[in-house]
Design a binder for this molecule. Structure first.
Ligand code: CP
Length: 302
């Protein structure tokens, strides 16, 4: 991990996931330390974010580091036509690590190839969101006591949802069975299903999950990603495909936890927030400890 970019969840091995999760546990016990004294982390967000950017910034601040960057390209020279290539070249002179979110798939890999500074992918289009996946793994292990032999239900926008793509790749290493619940228009892309088939992992596809929800260990809800649709009519048709209510949770397993990378729009009713099965707000909190673990591992400051 030392000095290596984290662009795809596949950049880390299963053993490295566990190493990060174990380290995050230590940060959860002791989140305020001075490990990043004198270090500068740049957060370059070419797309909106609340959790990812602020939890990275919180993670760095609590470890005594400094943050530079932008959360809105309107305040940067991108508006004057500066390329991503030039932006990365320049920002690399000012920091030790770059955290970048960008709407284009492959942009984080591109950035990692033009600088010696490590790049952390904070989401590239519909492709990957590896730090979200590591906090999802942390949340799953914390609530289930294991990452092995779990039945994961992924619900909603499985086509454009980068979080489910990264999570599928990571959980496939832990004897997981998957249930994909989505409208036809938003099914899990073929490449991910083919990946599972090639390594002998079972998955099932459904349009509705009322009859099978009792089998779930993790229900991973997702937002229909309005910003990725080229056809607004298709978005309108699918946006309310699934709305989770307490009623649906009544016959579920005791250990079931509802996760969601957030933000939510309408896919989880607010009444669910009070359910002991709702875990999404704590999941977002876990992001701080995981990001502390990722940054200190990459900068070799553990
Ligand atoms: N989960 C997540 O990526 O949230 P933000 O878009 O608010 O960063």
């Amino acid at each position: 991990m030392k000095n290596k970019s984290l662009v795809s969840i596949n950049d880390y091995t299963k053993e490295e996931y566990i190493e990060i999760l174990d380290l995050a546990e230590k940060f959860e016990d002791n989140p305020v330390q001075n490990l990043l004294k004198g270090k500068v982390v740049a957060t370059l967000f070419f797309e909106p974010s609340t959790r990812t950017r602020l939890s990275f910034e919180s993670a760095v601040s609590r470890l005594g580091g400094h943050i530079i960057g932008f959360s809105d390209t309107g305040t940067s020279s991108v508006t004057k036509g500066e390329t991503l290539y030039d932006t990365i070249k320049i920002v690399s002179n000012y920091c030790d690590l770059i955290v970048m979110r960008h709407p284009l798939e492959g942009s984080a890999r591109f950035a990692s190839e033009i600088t010696d500074i490590p790049i952390i992918n904070a989401g590239d289009g519909a492709n990957q969101h590896p730090t979200q996946t590591l906090l999802d793994l942390y949340s799953i292990r914390k609530t289930q006591g294991t990452l092995d032999d779990l039945n994961i239900f992924m619900v909603g926008d499985l086509k454009y949802g980068r979080t489910v793509h990264s999570l599928l790749m990571a959980m496939s290493q832990f004897k997981t069975s998957f249930n994909f619940i989505s409208p036809d228009e938003l099914k899990m892309p073929e490449e991910y299903k083919l990946f599972l088939e090639n390594i002998g992992i079972k998955y099932y596809e459904h349009k509705d999950f009322t009859d099978i929800v009792s089998k779930a260990d993790i229900m991973y809800m997702t937002r229909v990603q309005k910003e990725r649709f080229s056809d607004p009519i298709e978005y309108e048709r699918t946006k309310n495909a699934y709305v989770l209510k307490n009623e649906l949770l009544s016959g579920t397993k005791k250990n079931l936890k509802v996760l969601h990378p957030l933000p939510r729009v309408s896919e989880i009713e607010q009444e669910v927030d009070k359910s002991p099965k709702a875990y999404y707000f704590t999941q977002a909190l876990n992001g701080v400890f995981i990001r502390q673990a990722i940054i200190t591992s990459i900068l070799d400051l553990k």
